[in-house]
Design a protein around this ligand. Structure first.
Ligand code: NAD
Ligand SMILES: O=P(O)(O)OC[C@H]1O[C@H](O[C@H]2[C@H](O)[C@@H](O)[C@@H](O)O[C@@H]2CO)[C@H](O)[C@@H](O)[C@@H]1O
Ligand code: MN
Length: 442
Protein backbone atom coordinates (compact mmCIF):
# COMPACT_ATOMS: atom_id res chain seq x y z
CA UNK A 1 0.00 0.00 0.00
CA UNK A 2 1.29 3.47 -0.88
CA UNK A 3 2.23 5.43 2.21
CA UNK A 4 0.91 8.95 2.69
CA UNK A 5 3.62 11.63 2.62
CA UNK A 6 4.42 13.54 5.79
CA UNK A 7 5.50 17.03 6.80
CA UNK A 8 8.30 17.01 9.36
CA UNK A 9 9.70 19.92 11.35
CA UNK A 10 13.09 19.54 13.04
CA UNK A 11 13.48 21.87 16.03
CA UNK A 12 17.07 22.56 17.00
CA UNK A 13 18.03 21.85 13.39
CA UNK A 14 21.37 23.58 13.96
CA UNK A 15 22.47 20.55 16.01
CA UNK A 16 25.34 18.74 14.36
CA UNK A 17 23.24 15.58 14.71
CA UNK A 18 20.92 16.94 12.00
CA UNK A 19 22.86 15.80 8.89
CA UNK A 20 22.83 12.21 10.20
CA UNK A 21 19.12 12.54 10.95
CA UNK A 22 18.64 13.69 7.34
CA UNK A 23 20.66 10.60 6.36
CA UNK A 24 18.10 8.46 8.20
CA UNK A 25 15.21 10.26 6.47
CA UNK A 26 16.92 9.54 3.14
CA UNK A 27 17.51 5.93 4.10
CA UNK A 28 13.87 5.48 5.09
CA UNK A 29 12.39 7.58 2.30
CA UNK A 30 10.14 4.76 1.04
CA UNK A 31 9.08 3.69 4.52
CA UNK A 32 8.46 7.23 5.82
CA UNK A 33 8.02 9.40 2.70
CA UNK A 34 8.17 13.17 3.07
CA UNK A 35 6.21 15.93 1.44
CA UNK A 36 8.03 18.76 3.17
CA UNK A 37 10.93 19.11 5.60
CA UNK A 38 11.22 22.21 7.76
CA UNK A 39 14.49 22.93 9.56
CA UNK A 40 14.01 25.37 12.41
CA UNK A 41 16.56 26.77 14.84
CA UNK A 42 16.58 30.03 16.81
CA UNK A 43 20.22 30.50 15.84
CA UNK A 44 20.44 31.25 12.12
CA UNK A 45 24.21 30.85 12.04
CA UNK A 46 23.88 27.22 13.21
CA UNK A 47 21.52 26.46 10.32
CA UNK A 48 23.60 28.39 7.81
CA UNK A 49 26.67 26.33 8.70
CA UNK A 50 24.95 23.11 7.55
CA UNK A 51 22.36 24.34 5.09
CA UNK A 52 24.19 23.71 1.82
CA UNK A 53 25.21 20.17 2.70
CA UNK A 54 21.61 19.35 3.72
CA UNK A 55 20.20 21.01 0.58
CA UNK A 56 22.60 19.07 -1.67
CA UNK A 57 21.80 15.76 0.05
CA UNK A 58 18.06 16.34 -0.27
CA UNK A 59 18.33 17.47 -3.92
CA UNK A 60 20.26 14.31 -4.74
CA UNK A 61 18.20 11.74 -2.82
CA UNK A 62 14.76 13.29 -2.29
CA UNK A 63 14.36 15.90 -5.05
CA UNK A 64 10.56 16.01 -4.69
CA UNK A 65 10.62 17.03 -1.05
CA UNK A 66 10.05 20.72 -0.34
CA UNK A 67 12.84 22.03 1.90
CA UNK A 68 12.40 25.04 4.14
CA UNK A 69 15.00 26.53 6.51
CA UNK A 70 13.83 29.06 9.06
CA UNK A 71 14.62 30.82 12.31
CA UNK A 72 11.03 32.07 12.60
CA UNK A 73 8.90 29.99 14.96
CA UNK A 74 5.75 31.37 13.34
CA UNK A 75 6.72 29.67 10.08
CA UNK A 76 8.10 26.42 11.49
CA UNK A 77 4.93 24.62 12.51
CA UNK A 78 2.34 25.46 9.88
CA UNK A 79 0.41 22.28 9.06
CA UNK A 80 3.21 20.05 10.22
CA UNK A 81 2.62 16.35 10.98
CA UNK A 82 5.68 15.44 13.05
CA UNK A 83 7.95 17.63 15.14
CA UNK A 84 11.33 16.08 15.89
CA UNK A 85 12.61 18.11 18.79
CA UNK A 86 16.31 18.21 19.67
CA UNK A 87 16.98 21.68 21.03
CA UNK A 88 19.74 22.43 23.52
CA UNK A 89 19.00 25.63 25.41
CA UNK A 90 22.34 27.37 25.82
CA UNK A 91 24.20 25.22 23.30
CA UNK A 92 27.60 23.72 24.04
CA UNK A 93 28.70 26.87 25.89
CA UNK A 94 26.25 25.99 28.67
CA UNK A 95 26.89 22.22 28.45
CA UNK A 96 30.47 23.14 29.29
CA UNK A 97 29.35 24.74 32.59
CA UNK A 98 26.94 21.86 33.32
CA UNK A 99 29.85 19.46 33.19
CA UNK A 100 32.68 21.54 34.70
CA UNK A 101 31.11 23.41 37.64
CA UNK A 102 30.10 20.24 39.59
CA UNK A 103 33.64 18.88 39.26
CA UNK A 104 34.88 21.89 41.29
CA UNK A 105 33.01 20.35 44.23
CA UNK A 106 34.06 16.76 43.56
CA UNK A 107 30.62 16.03 42.07
CA UNK A 108 29.72 14.22 38.84
CA UNK A 109 30.00 16.55 35.83
CA UNK A 110 27.44 15.22 33.35
CA UNK A 111 24.92 16.88 31.02
CA UNK A 112 21.82 14.90 32.13
CA UNK A 113 22.65 13.48 35.58
CA UNK A 114 23.56 15.22 38.85
CA UNK A 115 23.91 19.00 39.18
CA UNK A 116 24.66 19.49 35.46
CA UNK A 117 21.45 17.68 34.51
CA UNK A 118 19.58 19.83 37.02
CA UNK A 119 20.92 23.07 35.48
CA UNK A 120 20.20 21.84 31.97
CA UNK A 121 16.68 20.78 32.99
CA UNK A 122 16.02 24.23 34.41
CA UNK A 123 17.09 25.72 31.05
CA UNK A 124 15.07 23.30 28.91
CA UNK A 125 11.66 23.50 30.61
CA UNK A 126 10.49 26.98 29.57
CA UNK A 127 11.53 26.83 25.89
CA UNK A 128 9.93 23.39 25.64
CA UNK A 129 6.66 24.71 27.08
CA UNK A 130 6.80 27.66 24.68
CA UNK A 131 7.46 25.30 21.80
CA UNK A 132 4.44 23.10 22.55
CA UNK A 133 2.19 26.18 22.80
CA UNK A 134 3.48 27.47 19.48
CA UNK A 135 3.06 24.10 17.77
CA UNK A 136 -0.53 23.86 18.98
CA UNK A 137 -1.28 27.33 17.54
CA UNK A 138 -0.39 26.10 14.08
CA UNK A 139 -0.81 22.32 14.11
CA UNK A 140 -3.26 20.93 16.64
CA UNK A 141 -2.74 17.33 15.57
CA UNK A 142 1.01 17.20 15.05
CA UNK A 143 2.97 14.54 16.90
CA UNK A 144 5.68 16.03 19.07
CA UNK A 145 8.53 13.56 19.37
CA UNK A 146 10.92 14.91 21.93
CA UNK A 147 14.58 14.07 22.35
CA UNK A 148 15.51 17.27 24.21
CA UNK A 149 17.40 16.51 27.40
CA UNK A 150 17.31 15.95 30.23
CA UNK A 151 14.34 14.07 28.82
CA UNK A 152 13.38 12.79 32.30
CA UNK A 153 12.85 16.35 33.56
CA UNK A 154 11.34 17.65 30.32
CA UNK A 155 8.84 14.76 30.29
CA UNK A 156 7.67 15.48 33.85
CA UNK A 157 7.35 19.20 33.13
CA UNK A 158 5.42 18.77 29.87
CA UNK A 159 3.10 16.21 31.47
CA UNK A 160 2.40 18.65 34.31
CA UNK A 161 1.72 21.62 32.03
CA UNK A 162 -0.06 19.75 29.20
CA UNK A 163 -1.68 16.75 30.96
CA UNK A 164 -4.30 16.26 28.25
CA UNK A 165 -2.04 16.52 25.22
CA UNK A 166 -1.89 12.91 24.02
CA UNK A 167 0.45 13.66 21.14
CA UNK A 168 3.65 14.41 23.01
CA UNK A 169 6.08 11.51 23.22
CA UNK A 170 9.41 11.76 25.05
CA UNK A 171 12.03 9.28 23.99
CA UNK A 172 15.66 8.39 24.56
CA UNK A 173 17.96 6.56 22.19
CA UNK A 174 20.14 4.96 24.84
CA UNK A 175 17.99 1.80 25.30
CA UNK A 176 17.82 1.49 21.49
CA UNK A 177 21.58 1.93 21.26
CA UNK A 178 22.12 -0.69 23.97
CA UNK A 179 19.81 -3.16 22.19
CA UNK A 180 21.87 -2.62 19.04
CA UNK A 181 24.99 -3.46 21.06
CA UNK A 182 23.36 -6.53 22.68
CA UNK A 183 22.31 -7.74 19.23
CA UNK A 184 25.86 -7.50 17.93
CA UNK A 185 27.20 -9.48 20.89
CA UNK A 186 24.52 -12.15 20.52
CA UNK A 187 24.81 -12.17 16.72
CA UNK A 188 21.10 -11.60 16.20
CA UNK A 189 19.12 -8.97 14.30
CA UNK A 190 18.35 -6.02 16.61
CA UNK A 191 14.85 -5.80 15.14
CA UNK A 192 14.24 -9.40 16.25
CA UNK A 193 14.67 -8.31 19.89
CA UNK A 194 11.68 -7.15 21.92
CA UNK A 195 12.72 -5.64 25.25
CA UNK A 196 11.06 -5.40 28.63
CA UNK A 197 12.36 -2.53 30.73
CA UNK A 198 11.47 -0.47 33.80
CA UNK A 199 12.68 2.73 35.42
CA UNK A 200 12.94 6.41 34.68
CA UNK A 201 14.82 8.01 31.80
CA UNK A 202 18.60 7.48 32.16
CA UNK A 203 17.73 5.46 35.28
CA UNK A 204 16.40 2.06 34.28
CA UNK A 205 16.97 -1.66 33.71
CA UNK A 206 16.35 -4.27 31.02
CA UNK A 207 14.56 -7.28 32.48
CA UNK A 208 13.88 -9.35 29.34
CA UNK A 209 15.11 -9.40 25.77
CA UNK A 210 12.75 -11.65 23.86
CA UNK A 211 13.87 -12.91 20.48
CA UNK A 212 10.63 -12.55 18.51
CA UNK A 213 11.42 -15.31 16.02
CA UNK A 214 12.05 -17.97 18.70
CA UNK A 215 10.37 -16.57 21.84
CA UNK A 216 13.62 -17.09 23.78
CA UNK A 217 14.63 -14.58 26.45
CA UNK A 218 18.24 -13.68 25.58
CA UNK A 219 19.03 -12.07 28.94
CA UNK A 220 20.64 -15.19 30.51
CA UNK A 221 23.01 -15.55 27.54
CA UNK A 222 23.88 -11.89 27.71
CA UNK A 223 24.46 -11.92 31.45
CA UNK A 224 26.76 -14.88 30.99
CA UNK A 225 28.67 -12.99 28.29
CA UNK A 226 28.94 -9.80 30.35
CA UNK A 227 30.24 -11.73 33.37
CA UNK A 228 33.25 -12.79 31.31
CA UNK A 229 33.69 -10.07 28.69
CA UNK A 230 33.99 -6.30 28.58
CA UNK A 231 30.79 -4.62 27.38
CA UNK A 232 31.48 -2.62 24.22
CA UNK A 233 29.04 -0.52 22.19
CA UNK A 234 28.18 -1.84 18.72
CA UNK A 235 30.34 0.90 17.19
CA UNK A 236 33.26 0.73 19.66
CA UNK A 237 35.81 1.61 16.94
CA UNK A 238 34.17 4.99 16.36
CA UNK A 239 33.45 5.80 20.00
CA UNK A 240 35.33 8.38 22.05
CA UNK A 241 37.21 7.10 25.14
CA UNK A 242 34.68 8.40 27.68
CA UNK A 243 31.86 6.38 26.10
CA UNK A 244 33.99 3.19 26.12
CA UNK A 245 34.64 3.74 29.83
CA UNK A 246 30.88 4.21 30.35
CA UNK A 247 30.05 0.87 28.73
CA UNK A 248 32.72 -0.88 30.82
CA UNK A 249 30.98 0.34 33.96
CA UNK A 250 27.97 -1.82 33.07
CA UNK A 251 30.18 -4.84 33.88
CA UNK A 252 31.03 -3.26 37.23
CA UNK A 253 27.40 -2.50 38.08
CA UNK A 254 26.42 -6.07 37.23
CA UNK A 255 28.98 -7.47 39.67
CA UNK A 256 27.09 -5.77 42.51
CA UNK A 257 23.57 -6.08 41.14
CA UNK A 258 23.34 -8.99 38.68
CA UNK A 259 19.52 -9.17 38.69
CA UNK A 260 18.86 -6.96 35.64
CA UNK A 261 20.88 -5.24 32.90
CA UNK A 262 21.42 -1.60 33.90
CA UNK A 263 21.24 1.40 31.61
CA UNK A 264 24.75 2.87 31.26
CA UNK A 265 23.59 6.14 32.89
CA UNK A 266 23.17 4.38 36.25
CA UNK A 267 26.97 4.49 36.59
CA UNK A 268 26.71 8.11 37.75
CA UNK A 269 24.40 7.15 40.62
CA UNK A 270 26.26 4.04 41.77
CA UNK A 271 29.84 5.29 41.37
CA UNK A 272 29.63 9.10 41.68
CA UNK A 273 32.86 9.59 43.65
CA UNK A 274 35.00 7.34 41.45
CA UNK A 275 33.66 8.98 38.28
CA UNK A 276 34.14 12.54 39.57
CA UNK A 277 37.69 11.69 40.69
CA UNK A 278 38.59 10.21 37.31
CA UNK A 279 37.15 13.18 35.34
CA UNK A 280 39.41 15.86 33.92
CA UNK A 281 37.91 19.23 34.98
CA UNK A 282 39.66 20.91 32.02
CA UNK A 283 38.36 18.46 29.40
CA UNK A 284 34.91 16.93 29.70
CA UNK A 285 32.52 15.20 27.27
CA UNK A 286 31.47 18.60 25.85
CA UNK A 287 35.07 19.20 24.71
CA UNK A 288 35.33 15.66 23.37
CA UNK A 289 32.06 15.95 21.41
CA UNK A 290 33.04 19.38 20.07
CA UNK A 291 36.45 18.15 18.91
CA UNK A 292 34.90 14.97 17.50
CA UNK A 293 31.35 14.98 16.11
CA UNK A 294 30.94 18.75 15.85
CA UNK A 295 34.24 19.32 14.03
CA UNK A 296 33.76 16.38 11.68
CA UNK A 297 30.24 17.43 10.69
CA UNK A 298 31.01 21.14 10.35
CA UNK A 299 34.11 20.38 8.21
CA UNK A 300 32.05 18.28 5.82
CA UNK A 301 29.36 20.99 5.65
CA UNK A 302 31.97 23.70 5.02
CA UNK A 303 33.46 21.72 2.15
CA UNK A 304 30.00 21.19 0.63
CA UNK A 305 29.35 24.92 0.85
CA UNK A 306 32.69 25.89 -0.70
CA UNK A 307 32.50 23.46 -3.62
CA UNK A 308 28.70 23.55 -3.93
CA UNK A 309 28.65 19.81 -4.43
CA UNK A 310 28.83 16.54 -2.51
CA UNK A 311 31.83 15.32 -4.49
CA UNK A 312 34.17 13.37 -2.24
CA UNK A 313 31.88 13.84 0.75
CA UNK A 314 30.10 11.07 2.67
CA UNK A 315 26.37 10.79 3.24
CA UNK A 316 26.27 11.19 7.01
CA UNK A 317 24.05 8.39 8.21
CA UNK A 318 22.19 8.08 11.49
CA UNK A 319 22.83 4.77 13.20
CA UNK A 320 20.90 5.43 16.38
CA UNK A 321 19.66 8.98 16.97
CA UNK A 322 18.20 9.49 13.48
CA UNK A 323 17.12 5.92 12.77
CA UNK A 324 15.22 5.64 16.01
CA UNK A 325 13.41 8.95 15.55
CA UNK A 326 12.29 8.01 12.03
CA UNK A 327 11.29 4.47 13.04
CA UNK A 328 9.21 5.90 15.91
CA UNK A 329 7.44 8.31 13.56
CA UNK A 330 6.95 5.54 11.00
CA UNK A 331 5.36 3.23 13.58
CA UNK A 332 2.91 5.96 14.63
CA UNK A 333 2.16 7.16 11.09
CA UNK A 334 1.35 3.72 9.71
CA UNK A 335 0.12 2.03 12.91
CA UNK A 336 2.90 -0.56 12.87
CA UNK A 337 2.72 -1.30 16.62
CA UNK A 338 6.48 -1.69 16.85
CA UNK A 339 7.89 -2.00 20.33
CA UNK A 340 10.26 0.65 21.71
CA UNK A 341 11.41 1.73 25.13
CA UNK A 342 9.39 4.91 25.68
CA UNK A 343 8.40 7.35 28.41
CA UNK A 344 4.81 7.43 29.68
CA UNK A 345 2.86 8.66 32.69
CA UNK A 346 2.99 5.80 35.16
CA UNK A 347 -0.66 5.52 36.23
CA UNK A 348 -0.67 1.74 36.87
CA UNK A 349 2.27 0.59 34.74
CA UNK A 350 4.30 0.09 37.93
CA UNK A 351 1.60 0.04 40.64
CA UNK A 352 3.97 0.60 43.58
CA UNK A 353 5.46 3.83 42.17
CA UNK A 354 3.82 7.30 42.07
CA UNK A 355 1.07 7.51 39.47
CA UNK A 356 2.35 10.82 38.09
CA UNK A 357 5.95 9.64 37.50
CA UNK A 358 7.06 9.56 33.87
CA UNK A 359 8.36 6.01 33.75
CA UNK A 360 10.46 4.45 31.01
CA UNK A 361 9.16 1.08 29.85
CA UNK A 362 8.48 -1.03 26.78
CA UNK A 363 5.46 -0.12 24.71
CA UNK A 364 3.98 -0.46 21.24
CA UNK A 365 3.73 2.62 19.04
CA UNK A 366 0.41 2.79 17.25
CA UNK A 367 -1.58 5.45 15.41
CA UNK A 368 -2.81 6.50 18.86
CA UNK A 369 0.70 6.86 20.20
CA UNK A 370 2.39 4.86 22.92
CA UNK A 371 0.62 1.87 24.41
CA UNK A 372 2.89 1.09 27.35
CA UNK A 373 3.02 -2.50 28.60
CA UNK A 374 2.03 -2.91 32.25
CA UNK A 375 5.15 -3.91 34.15
CA UNK A 376 3.97 -4.90 37.64
CA UNK A 377 5.44 -4.05 41.03
CA UNK A 378 9.16 -3.44 41.38
CA UNK A 379 11.22 -4.96 44.19
CA UNK A 380 12.26 -3.00 47.29
CA UNK A 381 15.78 -2.02 46.15
CA UNK A 382 14.56 -0.65 42.82
CA UNK A 383 11.50 0.94 44.39
CA UNK A 384 13.72 2.82 46.82
CA UNK A 385 16.03 4.05 44.09
CA UNK A 386 13.19 5.05 41.78
CA UNK A 387 11.11 6.87 44.37
CA UNK A 388 14.15 8.87 45.39
CA UNK A 389 15.05 9.74 41.79
CA UNK A 390 11.47 10.64 40.92
CA UNK A 391 11.26 12.91 43.98
CA UNK A 392 14.40 14.66 42.64
CA UNK A 393 12.80 15.06 39.19
CA UNK A 394 9.50 16.34 40.55
CA UNK A 395 11.15 18.86 42.87
CA UNK A 396 13.36 20.08 40.02
CA UNK A 397 10.31 20.78 37.88
CA UNK A 398 8.54 22.51 40.77
CA UNK A 399 11.64 24.55 41.60
CA UNK A 400 11.73 25.73 37.99
CA UNK A 401 8.04 26.52 37.57
CA UNK A 402 7.85 28.28 40.96
CA UNK A 403 11.39 29.82 40.92
CA UNK A 404 11.75 28.13 44.31
CA UNK A 405 15.30 28.02 45.74
CA UNK A 406 14.39 25.78 48.69
CA UNK A 407 12.90 23.13 46.41
CA UNK A 408 16.05 23.27 44.29
CA UNK A 409 18.21 22.52 47.35
CA UNK A 410 15.84 19.68 48.29
CA UNK A 411 16.03 18.27 44.76
CA UNK A 412 19.83 18.40 44.65
CA UNK A 413 20.16 16.85 48.12
CA UNK A 414 17.96 13.96 47.04
CA UNK A 415 20.09 13.36 43.97
CA UNK A 416 22.31 10.33 44.69
CA UNK A 417 25.27 12.03 43.02
CA UNK A 418 25.18 14.86 45.62
CA UNK A 419 23.49 13.92 48.94
CA UNK A 420 25.28 16.56 51.07
CA UNK A 421 23.16 19.77 51.38
CA UNK A 422 26.26 21.95 51.82
CA UNK A 423 27.58 20.74 48.49
CA UNK A 424 24.09 21.11 47.02
CA UNK A 425 24.06 24.78 48.03
CA UNK A 426 27.57 25.55 46.77
CA UNK A 427 27.03 23.96 43.39
CA UNK A 428 23.53 25.46 43.03
CA UNK A 429 24.81 28.98 43.72
CA UNK A 430 27.54 28.63 41.10
CA UNK A 431 25.18 27.14 38.53
CA UNK A 432 22.60 29.84 39.21
CA UNK A 433 25.15 32.56 38.53
CA UNK A 434 26.16 31.29 35.08
CA UNK A 435 22.53 30.44 34.19
CA UNK A 436 21.09 33.84 35.17
CA UNK A 437 20.01 34.48 31.58
CA UNK A 438 17.96 31.26 31.64
CA UNK A 439 16.58 30.73 35.17
CA UNK A 440 16.39 32.39 38.56
CA UNK A 441 15.41 31.11 42.00
CA UNK A 442 14.17 33.03 44.99
N1 NAD B 1 16.85 11.81 24.31
C1 NAD B 1 18.02 11.35 23.87
O1 NAD B 1 18.35 10.19 24.08
C2 NAD B 1 18.95 12.24 23.14
C3 NAD B 1 19.94 11.74 22.29
C4 NAD B 1 20.81 12.64 21.68
C5 NAD B 1 20.65 14.01 21.88
N2 NAD B 1 19.69 14.43 22.72
C6 NAD B 1 19.44 15.86 22.94
O2 NAD B 1 19.21 16.48 21.69
C7 NAD B 1 19.55 17.85 21.77
C8 NAD B 1 20.56 18.25 20.74
O3 NAD B 1 21.83 17.81 21.14
P1 NAD B 1 23.16 18.35 20.51
O4 NAD B 1 24.27 17.94 21.36
O5 NAD B 1 23.21 17.90 19.10
O6 NAD B 1 22.93 19.89 20.64
P2 NAD B 1 23.57 21.17 19.91
O7 NAD B 1 23.93 22.11 20.99
O8 NAD B 1 24.63 20.76 18.94
O9 NAD B 1 22.35 21.75 19.05
C9 NAD B 1 21.17 22.15 19.61
C10 NAD B 1 20.54 23.25 18.77
O10 NAD B 1 19.36 23.67 19.44
C11 NAD B 1 19.17 25.05 19.13
N3 NAD B 1 18.21 25.65 20.05
C12 NAD B 1 18.41 26.06 21.32
N4 NAD B 1 17.27 26.54 21.84
C13 NAD B 1 16.31 26.43 20.88
C14 NAD B 1 14.92 26.75 20.82
N5 NAD B 1 14.29 27.29 21.84
N6 NAD B 1 14.26 26.49 19.67
C15 NAD B 1 14.88 25.96 18.62
N7 NAD B 1 16.20 25.63 18.61
C16 NAD B 1 16.91 25.85 19.73
C17 NAD B 1 20.57 25.63 19.22
O11 NAD B 1 20.67 26.86 18.55
C18 NAD B 1 21.40 24.51 18.58
O12 NAD B 1 21.62 24.74 17.22
C19 NAD B 1 20.04 18.04 23.21
O13 NAD B 1 18.95 18.40 24.03
C20 NAD B 1 20.53 16.66 23.57
O14 NAD B 1 20.63 16.50 24.94
C21 NAD B 1 18.84 13.58 23.34
O1 LIG C 1 27.83 12.97 24.59
P1 LIG C 1 27.10 13.00 23.28
O2 LIG C 1 26.63 14.39 22.93
O3 LIG C 1 27.81 12.31 22.17
O4 LIG C 1 25.80 12.10 23.48
C1 LIG C 1 24.91 12.38 24.50
C2 LIG C 1 23.68 11.55 24.26
O5 LIG C 1 24.05 10.21 24.47
C3 LIG C 1 23.02 9.24 24.35
O6 LIG C 1 22.61 9.16 23.02
C4 LIG C 1 23.34 8.66 21.90
C5 LIG C 1 23.81 9.75 20.99
O7 LIG C 1 22.71 10.53 20.60
C6 LIG C 1 24.37 9.18 19.69
O8 LIG C 1 24.90 10.24 18.92
C7 LIG C 1 25.37 8.13 19.95
O9 LIG C 1 26.60 8.70 20.34
O10 LIG C 1 24.90 7.16 20.86
C8 LIG C 1 24.35 7.63 22.11
C9 LIG C 1 23.73 6.43 22.74
O11 LIG C 1 24.69 5.50 23.03
C10 LIG C 1 21.88 9.60 25.26
O12 LIG C 1 20.79 8.74 25.10
C11 LIG C 1 21.42 11.01 25.08
O13 LIG C 1 20.41 11.32 25.97
C12 LIG C 1 22.59 11.97 25.21
O14 LIG C 1 22.17 13.26 24.84
MN1 MN D 1 18.97 9.72 26.37
Amino acid sequence: MKREKQIVTIVGAGSTRTPALIGSLVNYKDRFPLKKLVLFDIDKSRIDAQKDYIRLVMEKHCPDVELFFTDDEDKAYIDTDYVFCQMRAGNFEMRNYDEKIPLKYGLVGQETCGPGGFAYGMRSIQPMIDMVKKIREYSKDAWILNYTNPAAIVAVALDKVFPNDKKILNICDQPYSMIKSFAKILEVDMYDIEPRYFGLNHFGWFTKLYQSSTGEDLIPKLKDYLTNHEFKPYNAEQRDPSWLETYKNVNKMMKHFPRYLPNTYLQYYFFPDEIAKKSNPEYTRADEAKAGREKEVLDICRQAREQNSLEGLPLLMGQVHGNMMVEVAESIAYDLKKVFVIMARNEDIIPNLPKDAMVECAGALTENGAEPYPYGEVETFYKGLLENQYAYEKLTVEACLESNYEKAIQALTLNRTIVNPNKAKSVLDDLMEVNSEYWILK
